[in-house]
Design a protein around this ligand. Sequence first.
Ligand code: NAD
Ligand code: UFG
Length: 340
Amino acid sequence: MKILVTGGLGYIGSHTCVELAKNGHTVVIVDNLSNSKLETLDRLTEITGARMAFYRVDVTDYRATAEIFAAHTIEGVMHFAGLKAVGESVEQPLAYYYNNVLGTITIAKLCLEYGVNKFVFSSSATVYGDQASPLYEDMALGQTTNPYGETKAMSERILTDVTKANPRFAVSLLRYFNPVGAHESGLIGEDPNGIPNNLMPYVTRVAKGLLPCLRVFGNDYDTPDGTGVRDYIHVVDLALGHVAAFENLQPGVSIFNLGTGKGTSVLELVHAFTAENGVAVPYEIAPRRVGDVATCFADASRAARDLGWRAKRGIREMVRDAWRFESATKGTKGTFPFVR
Ligand code: NAD
Ligand code: UFG
C-alpha cells in the first residue's frame, strides 16, 4: 500500500519507514525538518535500496499538504509529525497546541477529503497521567501534567470523534512507552539537538565524552533500587508494532500500548550499558526531576492478542544499538559546552 508518513525523517518515523518498505509498502514522507535532517533520507535509501518520495512541508499547512494527497494515491497515513519535548511545551504551550493539534486536524481532514480510511497515530503513555502501572488501554485518560501530554490526549479525542462521525474511518492510537536504541546498521537513530532531555541519549553522550556526567534524578523512589522505572522499548520493535497495527486496522478506534511490559530502573539501564559496551558512564545522584513518576510500564497483552505483535529485543540490544549509532555519528553534537 502507499502510505504517507508524516514526520518520517524523525527518530521513530524513520525506523518505521524502513520496516514499511521491508514489508512491501510504498512510503511517501512529509517532514518540515524542524527536528530532523535531510541526510536521513539518504540513509533510508542506503538501508532499503529504495528512494522514498519526500516533501519538505509543514503538516499544519493545509494547502501544501493537500498537494501531496493530490499527487499520490495515498491509501493510509501514519502521523508521527509533532513536537515532543515536555519541558519546552511548558514554556511554549501555544507552539505545541498549534503544531500538534492542528497537524492532527489537518491530516485527518485531508484523509476524509481524499477517502483515506487508514490512520495510525503516535500517542504516548503520558496520556495515562500518574495512574499506577501496569497501564491498561481501558483505563480512562489520566490527568496530563504538561501541554505536550495534553496535545496527545486532545488528538486522541479528536480522532475518536472523527471515527464516530465517519464509520469507515479506521484509527489506531498507539501509546508508546520509552523508545530507545537504533537501527542495527548504525545509520539511523536518535539524534536530538543540544543537551538531551531523555535518559538514553544522555547516557550515550556521557559515554562518548560529550557530556561529563549523568545526573540520576532521584534514588529515593519506591522502586527496587530507588531510581525511576520505565518500560524501554527498542525503536525497531516499535516500528514493527506500527506495521502490525496498520495491517490490522479495523473501522473505528483501536488503542494499543506499545511497550515490553517490563520495567527497568535508571541504574539498571546504566549498568547494562557499561556491561554490554565496555564503556564507563560516570553518574551522580541528583534531586528528583519535577513531574516524574516512580514507575511507568505497560500491560502489553492487547497488542500481542490482537496484532500478534510483541517486542522481541531486550535491554542488551537497546544499549548496544544506541551506542553503535552514537559511536558512528559525527556532526554538531560535540560542539555544545559542558553545562547543565
Ligand atoms: P522526532 O522529533 O524525532 O520526529 C518528529 C518529526 O516530525 C521530526 O522529523 C520533525 O521535523 C517533524 N515535524 C514536527 N512537526 C512537524 C510539522 N508541523 N510538519 C511536518 N513535520 C513536522 O520525534 P520522535 O521521537 O520520532 O516522535 C515521533 C512521534 O512520536 C511524535 O508525535 C512524538 O510526540 C511521539 N512520541 C515520541 C516518544 C519518544 O519518547 N520519542 C514517546 C511517545 C510519543
Ligand atoms: N533520567 C535521569 N537522568 C536524565 C534523564 C532521565 O535520571 O538525565 C531518568 C528520569 O528521571 C526517568 C527516566 O530516566 O526516571 C526516563 O526519563 P526520560 O526523560 O528518558 O523519559 P520519561 O519517562 O520521562 O518520558 C518519556 C518521553 C515522554 C513520554 C513519556 C511516556 O520523553 O515524551 O516517556 O512514558 F511522554
